[in-house]
Design a protein around this ligand. Sequence first.
Ligand SMILES: NC(=O)c1ccc[n+]([C@@H]2O[C@H](COP(=O)([O-])OP(=O)(O)OC[C@H]3O[C@@H](n4cnc5c(N)ncnc54)[C@H](OP(=O)(O)O)[C@@H]3O)[C@@H](O)[C@H]2O)c1
Length: 285
Amino acid sequence: MIAITGANGNLGKATLSFLLKKTQPENIVAIVRDADKLSDYAGSGICIRVADYEDQESLERALTGVHRLLQISASATGVRALAQETRVVHAAVKCGVKEIAYTSTLFPEESAHFQAAHICRNTEALIRQSGMRYVFFRNSMYHETIPLFIGEAMGDGRIFYPSGSGRVSFASRKDIAEALSNVLTGPAFDNTTHDITGPEMLSFADIASELKNIAGYPEAAHTDISPEDYRKGLLGFGLDEEEAGFYASMADSIRAGEFAKTHTSLEGFLGRKPLGVQEYLRGLF
Ligand SMILES: NC(=O)c1ccc[n+]([C@@H]2O[C@H](COP(=O)([O-])OP(=O)(O)OC[C@H]3O[C@@H](n4cnc5c(N)ncnc54)[C@H](OP(=O)(O)O)[C@@H]3O)[C@@H](O)[C@H]2O)c1
């Protein structure tokens, strides 16, 4: 059986829908924290199991009989995320999961600015030590994060973001989901690590130019605000210190060039060109 954690999330649900085109529903276990959130799949024939990353026993119940697992990285931050991802790996080992695919991040290095990179680094190490065969998807940022980063700029093209001239090899979340479904239904996992990126790297000034062209915003431009002003702005929007620190670390990471890398592995998994940022942005207007 093939299981997916976070199966009702954006990436999990997209992967699930691709998986259903490739294998029988009886082979699929969708692991969710709240079964109601996957109610549209209730009659699909897949097995929906409830587990919480905070509850080791629930994870062990959910992973019983699973051969291949897609562990989608946690959406929590800090020590909670570290503990949650560790629980999933331990539960998988205990349940005899043989093969695991894990969604890491593009630069999971000791020196990374991005807080999540340290969680991913730890989880990758745990999986390597576990004896399970693995495939790591080191994902760049999703196209779908662009509207989140630039906020009101979707309406006028004026981007205020502390990313300097840092570029990002944005990738389509849907493409990543399709690629994951190919891996999950493909040959034996071969202990490999893949940089999963789009075909090009764009700075936020490049994104502003795209918005000028695509949406016709005459004032579209990127202003590189200070990291401190950005953090204050996030706090002003009601984020707490931990959340603001997380998003600020993401911007620091972009500024430091940690997402400025492209690779053809996504194209290889898809057997076609991945969607580019221009096509994504065009679809929004
Ligand atoms: N590369 C990028 O640009 C990027 C951007 C955003 C996130 N990410 C990472 O990629 C992952 C997948 O992205 P996504 O867009 O699919 O995120 P998402 O839509 O937020 O999905 C997160 C999933 O995790 C589940 N989850 C959260 N806390 C849980 C818990 N305690 N126990 C069990 N399940 C729990 C959520 O369930 P509920 O619905 O019940 O909360 C949801 O199914 C994220 O979790 C994050 O690590 C990457």
